[in-house]
Structure formats: C-alpha cells, structure tokens
Design a binder for this molecule. Structure first.
Ligand code: MIC
Ligand code: SF4
Length: 642
C-alpha cells in the first residue's frame, strides 16, 4: 500500500510510537522558529531546561509581532531574544526583516523537513513541502533541546485540485472555499494534503497562502508536494541544493477526499467574525467600506504586491478608504522598491507599513468605530483588530485592491485582463538582517540582556487528589485564544510579564473575570466546542494558570491549545454527554474527586455539581506521556522529574 506525502515525512522522522491513526507519536524536529510575542516565554523555558546549544539543524528567532515599541517593553524583549539566540546557537531575524513565515519560506524552509514554530501559522512551510506545525512555546523549547514533538498520528485528507484559477481569482479564494466546506473545526486531527493537476498552476507563495490559512481549519498542518515549481522557487532563492522532489505514492490511501475545481471558484470573503463564515463577494453586495489592509503572513508575497500594484496603477484610493500595505519581508520590500512597484502603491495613496504582522494582530491601524475593514489576513475574530465593533472581512489581495479604489465591496473580475505573473529568475538575496549565532567558543561570553518587563513564568504544582472549585466563567462554542488572551497594541507588550498580562485574560467575554478569578483563588471554566481555536499563544494557558484555573470542561478542544493546557498542568476535560453543558451554570460549585488517582490509573471521572445537586461524567484522554505531565503539573516539571 502506498504512502501519502505526510506519511512519508512522518516515517522519516518518527522516534516514538507507531504510525497508527489516532495514537500519539513523537517526531524528530529538524527546524524550529519562534516569533517575539511567544518567543520570550519559549526562551525563558529553554533557559530553564539548562541546554547550552540547540540540537536542531536550524532554529530561527524572528522579531515581527511586537514592533510598535510604544514603550520600552518590546525593545527590551527584542534585545533579550537577540542575546539568547546568539548564546544558544539560534539565528536571529532582526525587526524589519519580515514576518517569520514569509521569511522562513524564502530563506530557510526545506522540502521534506519537519518544522515546528511557536506560531499557529507555521504550516506556511507546507507550501514548500515541509511538515510544518504550530506548537506551544514550551514544545518548541523542548524541540530546540533535541526532544521529540508529540502529535496524534493524523488522518490525511486528500484535497484534489483540478482545473486552473480564472483571472483575479486567487489562492486566498481556494482556502476560503476549503473553509466554507469544512469549517473552523473541520481539520482537527487531520493533515490537508493537496494533490492533483491543479497543483502545478500554483506558485510556491500561492501554495503557502493555502497552507498558511489551513491553520483556521484547526488542522495539524497542510502540505503541497515538492515539484518543478518548488525547484524554480528555490533556485530563484539561490537555494537549489535544498530541493528534493516529493509527492505521495500513486496508490496512497487517504482517509477523506475533497475535490475542488479551481476553474469554478469565484472571489470569496470570510464575513465577521469567523474565517469560515464565507460568502461570495457578489453575494455580499456593494457594502461601503472604510479600510483596506494588505499584508500578513497569508498574502504579502512579491506576487501579491505586484497584482495589487497592477490594479492601483495610475489610480487613487477612494476618499473614504484608508489603505495600508505591509510587504511580508525585507526581500519583498526591497524587490518592489527596485522594480517600481512600491512607487505605484505610494502614488495611489497607500500607507506603507514596515514588514511585520502589524494590523493583523492589532498592532496599529485599528479601524474606526463600526468600521468595515477588508483585510487579506487570516483571522477576523471579534476585537482582534483593536476595534470591538468593527466588521472585518477576509479577502484576497485582488478583492482588497479593487475595493480600495471603489470604496465598496467589489468583485475584482470587473478589472479586465490579469497580466501573468513572472517570478524573477533571482530574488534579491541579502540576509544581512539575519544575525548568526556565536561560535561554540564565544557563546559562554555572550551576556543575556534582560529588561525589567521580563518576569518569571508561573510553574504549576503537581495535580491534587481532589479539585473543588467554582465555575468562574461559562462561555460558548468556538472560543478563540483571542478571547482567552487578547492581543493588540496595549496588551502585547506584556507578553513577558504573566502577572500583568493576566489582568486582561478573558476580558473580551467578561471584563470582571481576572478580578473574580483572583478572588475565588481557584477556578473551573466551562466551554463549548472547539475551545481554544486560533493561535498557539501559550499565554492562553499561562494567564489562566496564574489566575488559579485548575480545569477547563468543554465539549471539545482545539489541538494546540489543548496541548498548551497539558504542558502547563491544567486539566482538559470534555463532557461525555454534551447536554450536561446546558445544566452547569456560571457560579456553580464543582467537585472532581480522586482526579489524581484516575489520571494515574484510569477510571470514570465524575464531576459533582454541588450547587445544582447533580453529577455528570467527563473524559480526559491522555497518552502515557500526557498523564505524566498532568500528574507532575506540566511539561517542565515532568522533564525535570525524568
Ligand atoms: C496570531 O496570528 O494569532 C499570532 C499572534 O501570530 C499567534 C501567536 C501569538 O499569539 O503570539 C499565533 O498564530 O499563534
Ligand atoms: Fe503575524 Fe498575523 Fe501571521 Fe499571526 S497571522 S503570524 S499575527 S501576520
């Protein structure tokens, strides 16, 4: 029986467990990446592990999220990460060099390798044929130290692409179509593997747009084969030697299949406030818009910038629209500066931003109140833009650019013929903003620069025998990490300071939560399906831990967040009967007896609702390693004990 591409890469990297679907496997990790908003914690955790030098083939620390520097905090974090990187064998991509995923694709990603990153959009690397996964900071720290990365052996979904995209319909519309069909929980436990003749017509950056936003499906990752197109891209990056051809065996067996005829796709948009709330641009109609933002790790390649420039050339942004554009990397920025693309964007009235995440994570460019903003990004969760009542739509660069001119939601197919995009034979290659690590001899002399905002992170205690606690918060379905631990310009600078950042925990849902949780001392949170979807931010576990949260009881969890809870010793419990969710109310006092023994030895977990006078069953499926972590009070304790 043939293997899928996913299985082939897993087979090459498996160090623990067997390739049996649904069971836990440990993978050797070739490359890691971190960004600054999760990186400070990851490196504090790496330091706590006491490993001198990373054991990976390549580890890169990027600065791209917290670049606003409206106080000393961000700059201090940058210096801290830069110094840790230098000391411990990590390459350091300085602020200004670009968004981690875009730069990694251009300069470091290699087909067939495994990559984990402390950012949920790490699957961008799947565009170049890597098995690239988002993970918690602690998982990345462990991988840097040479430890395996554990996942559930995924199901593999074949996404069979046929036909070719029509003019002005683009890769973004492909992934929006997949999201429309499968929803934000459709990818849980699965890898999306793209195959079929339609693959050939997609460039590497287009493939990366698709694998990037595959994160919104809740998927373990997404991957494209490595073919002639990959080779051309690597050649143009001066990295021909990194090429290996890779594809699934012709007789590979997939768990599911989705067929997409590219020629049938039309421009799509994800409507507020979820990436799977997808409609056609035509269907949405000519809504008046206030803002357009083009960029982010999803759509900021040279190809994207050139298409946008073609649309904007010789025209002016609509008087009621503010247009912001952030090229994804220094390479893209440099290239558009040299070839005249940038001049076109500036002349049209675009506000050019630095190569960073920027508005995607609420770092500036928040829309006006009740503003309608069209963004080429990947997430439109409530409040993420920094304006709570804004309406954020996720669209392709083509739809964004055309609409910026008309001032209303506009189908880009009205623009006329699309010029072909010809990838340069050689991109501008200049890695002068990537600082290499110190040599083994020099490393001991590198001083770690720690600013006053960097506070120690909380470490849990071993699991108690019984948990007795009130439900301090009850939330609904699809709660995102942006609900649990919001980002934005005000809060992101506190990423290295858990006591300070926890003051904002869950404030999107309930402003009083941090205060109430602290008063209660211990807490249980009740949630619906797909709890913790979205980002990989470990802060969505660390802040609750700091506030005394002992367990989350919900209908189901998102993958990375569940792992972050286990890594930090917070119990992830799931209702056995979903109807019990309706019976438990905020304020109820719950008792979970003998939980330590049950985690250790197995058995039914019964939760007693003392307030309502009834009991219900929950489950907590853990691997042996997961049990060890839960009992020890998290991964760090577990690693120390072992
Ligand atoms: C995001 O897109 O939500 C982020 C910001 O990149 C996060 C990481 C973070 O919160 O620091 C992610 O995707 O993991
Ligand atoms: Fe940055 Fe946005 Fe991409 Fe997250 S999704 S890595 S915030 S650009």
């Amino acid at each position: 029986m043939g293997l899928t591409l996913t299985e082939k890469i897993i087979k090459e990297h498996i160090v623990d467990g067997e390739m049996k679907k649904g069971t836990e496997i440990g993978l050797r990790i070739d490359q890691t990446l971190t960004q600054d908003a999760t990186g400070t914690m990851a490196y504090l955790q790496f330091e706590a592990m006491g490993v001198d030098r990373v054991k990976t083939e390549k580890s890169v620390a990027y600065i791209d999220h917290n670049t606003l520097q409206s106080g000393f905090e961000n700059a201090d974090d940058h210096r801290f990460i830069g110094s840790v990187a230098k000391k411990h064998g990590i390459w350091f991509s300085r602020p200004g060099n670009g968004i981690c995923h875009q730069v990694h694709l251009e300069r470091f990603g290699k087909p067939g390798k495994t990559l984990i990153g402390s950012d949920s959009h790490t699957p961008t690397g799947g565009g170049i044929g890597m098995l690239a996964m988002g993970a918690g900071g602690l998982d990345v720290a462990v991988a840097m130290g040479g430890g395996a990365y554990y996942i559930t052996m995924p199901k593999v979904v074949k996404i069979n692409l046929t036909g070719k995209l029509n003019d002005w319909v683009s890769a973004k519309d492909v992934i929006l179509e997949v999201l429309r069909q499968l929803t934000v929980k459709g990818g849980v436990g699965k890898v999306m593997e793209y195959t079929g003749e339609g693959v050939k017509s997609l460039s590497v950056p287009e493939r990366a747009t698709i694998t990037n936003m595959g994160a919104e499906l809740g998927a373990t990752t997404s991957i494209f084969p490595s073919d002639e197109t990959t080779l051309q891209f690597l050649k143009a990056q001066g990295r021909e030697e990194d090429y290996v051809p890779l594809s699934a065996d012709p007789d590979a067996v997939y768990d599911e299949e989705v067929n997409i005829d590219l020629s049938k796709l039309v421009p799509l948009a994800a409507c507020p406030h979820s990436p799977d709330n997808v409609k056609t641009v035509e269907e949405i109609g000519k809504i008046k818009i206030d803002q357009v933002c083009i960029g982010s790790c999803t759509n900021s390649s040279l190809q994207d910038m050139r298409k946008v420039a073609h649309i904007l050339k010789g025209k002016t942004v609509h008087p009621d629209v503010s247009l912001a554009i952030a090229p994804g990397s220094k390479q893209v920025f440099n290239q558009i500066a040299e070839d005249g693309t940038l001049a076109i964007l500036i002349a049209a009235g675009a506000r050019i931003l630095e190569s960073a995440c920027g508005p995607c994570i609420g770092m500036g460019q928040s829309p006006n109140s009740k503003g309608v903003s069209l963004r080429t990004f990947n997430r439109n969760f409530l409040g993420r833009s920094g304006t709570k009542d804004a309406q954020i739509y996720l669209v392709s660069p083509e739809t964004a650019a055309v609409s910026a001119l008309t001032g209303v939601f506009t189908d880009p197919r009205t623009v006329g013929n699309m010029p072909p995009y010809v990838m340069p034979e050689k991109f501008i290659i200049n890695d002068n903003m990537v600082v290499p690590p110190a040599s083994v001899e020099d490393a001991p002399n590198v001083e770690i620069l720690r600013g006053p905002n960097i506070k120690p992170f909380p470490i849990n205690k071993p699991l108690a025998e019984n948990i007795e606690s009130a439900v301090t918060l009850k939330v609904g379905d699809n709660i995102t990490t942006d609900h649990i631990m919001p980002a934005g310009a005000k809060i992101l600078p506190l990423r290295s300071n858990i006591p300070a950042i926890s003051e904002y925990c869950f404030t999107v849902c309930d402003e009083t939560f941090p205060k109430r949780a602290k008063e209660a001392g211990t807490s249980i949170i009740v949630g619906g399906v797909n709890y913790g979807q979205g980002s990989s931010r470990e802060h969505a576990a660390l802040a609750p831990l700091y506030l005394g949260v002992k367990a989350i009881i919900c209908k189901s969890f998102a993958r990375i967040h569940r792992q972050n809870l286990i890594n930090n010793g917070i119990l992830p419990l799931e209702f056995v009967n979903e109807s019990d969710y309706d019976k438990v109310e905020q304020g109820d006092n719950l008792v979970i007896a003998n939980i330590r023994s049950i985690v250790e030895n197995g058995g039914q977990i019964i939760v007693e609702d003392k307030t309502k006078g009834f009991s219900f069953e929950v489950k907590c499926e853990l691997s042996e390693r997961g049990k060890g972590m839960m009992l020890a009070g998290g991964l760090l304790n577990y690693t120390k004990n072992n």
